[in-house]
Design a protein around this ligand. Structure first.
Ligand code: NAP
Length: 252
């Protein structure tokens, strides 16, 4: 039997109640990490499957260790509490996956309300900033840690109606690059992973019934590249924008 790659590590995965975040949380737990499953949903939603408790239960049933913590990633006090609760439960944070996002698309700028534009900024950009800000002091003290920001090919998109999502993901890439430089001397890795087309619950809801899913993968396809990034440091791999579909081809 192979040695678990993340044994002894503590990982917070935000946006882990379903989709890609849930798959990364389960993949990390299978590799021996203690996983904090963070998101807002505690009760099953009529149209969206998955809660933080159901993902924790699945991890436990598979023999892994997890804690479910409710957190709206766009609210500073809730992110502070998430970090404090993780530290009091597990004593440290080794890995942060900034996965939660909202996809506000389909309307040109002139028809987009400012409050909708701000929501995208708050979840997709302020959220990663807040969790990084509060998780980093412990990592810097221990001179180790890895932050993985989940990006998107939309960062380069020119699609009309996609200005909000595209600009938050482009911003997240630049945030990654700057934060990697700020934390290099503390040996912390900060990278951005584009999962590529994934048939998650959100993707299914956004696409029409006759959408062609041929080029899409299941959420669990993201786990191997996210596991690789979790064990990096500033000496081995940092400040990179990488694509899941290119893992083990053009990178590392
Ligand atoms: P998803 O199925 O909609 O899952 C999004 C997750 O984010 C949910 O767990 C949701 O949980 C959480 N979330 C949303 N708002 C939140 C908030 N304010 N606070 C905390 N958690 C929040 O989406 P997905 O397709 O898995 O996407 C995951 C990531 O991959 C996103 O960053 C997305 O941009 C990126 N991505 C996806 C694709 C794709 O094809 N699916 C392609 C490229 C990039 P709650 O509702 O329980 O809070």
């Amino acid at each position: 039997m192979s040695v678990p790659k993340l044994k002894g590590l503590v990982a917070i995965v935000n946006g882990a109640s379903r989709g890609i975040g849930a798959a990364i949380a389960k993949g990390y737990a299978l590799e021996g990490a203690k996983v904090v499953v963070a998101a807002r949903t505690e009760e099953p939603h009529p149209r969206l499957p998955g809660t933080i408790h159901s993902v924790k239960a699945e991890i436990n049933e598979a023999g892994g260790e997890a804690t479910a913590l409710k957190c709206d990633i766009s609210v500073e006090e809730e992110v502070q509490r998430l970090v404090d609760q993780t530290l009091s439960e597990y004593g440290k944070i080794d890995v942060v996956v900034n996965n939660a996002a909202v996809m506000i698309t389909g309307r040109p700028v002139v028809d987009t309300e400012a409050r909708h534009f701000l929501l995208g900024l708050r979840v997709n950009l302020l959220g990663p900033f807040l969790l990084s800000k509060y998780a980093l002091p412990g990592m810097m003290e221990r001179r180790s840690g890895s932050i993985i920001n989940i990006g998107s090919g939309a960062a380069l998109s020119r699609n009309p109606g996609g200005s909000n999502y595209a600009s938050t993901k482009a911003g997240l890439e630049r945030f990654t690059i700057v934060l990697a430089e700020e934390t290099r001397e503390y040996n912390i890795a900060v990278n951005c992973l584009d999962p590529g087309p994934i048939k998650s619950e959100a993707a299914e809801m956004l696409q029409p019934a006759d959408h062609n899913w041929a080029s899409y993968s299941l959420p669990k396809a993201v786990a191997p590249s996210a596991i690789f990034l979790a064990v990096q440091d500033a000496k081995s791999f940092t400040g990179q924008i990488v694509h899941r579909v290119e893992f083990r081809r053009s990178w590392p």
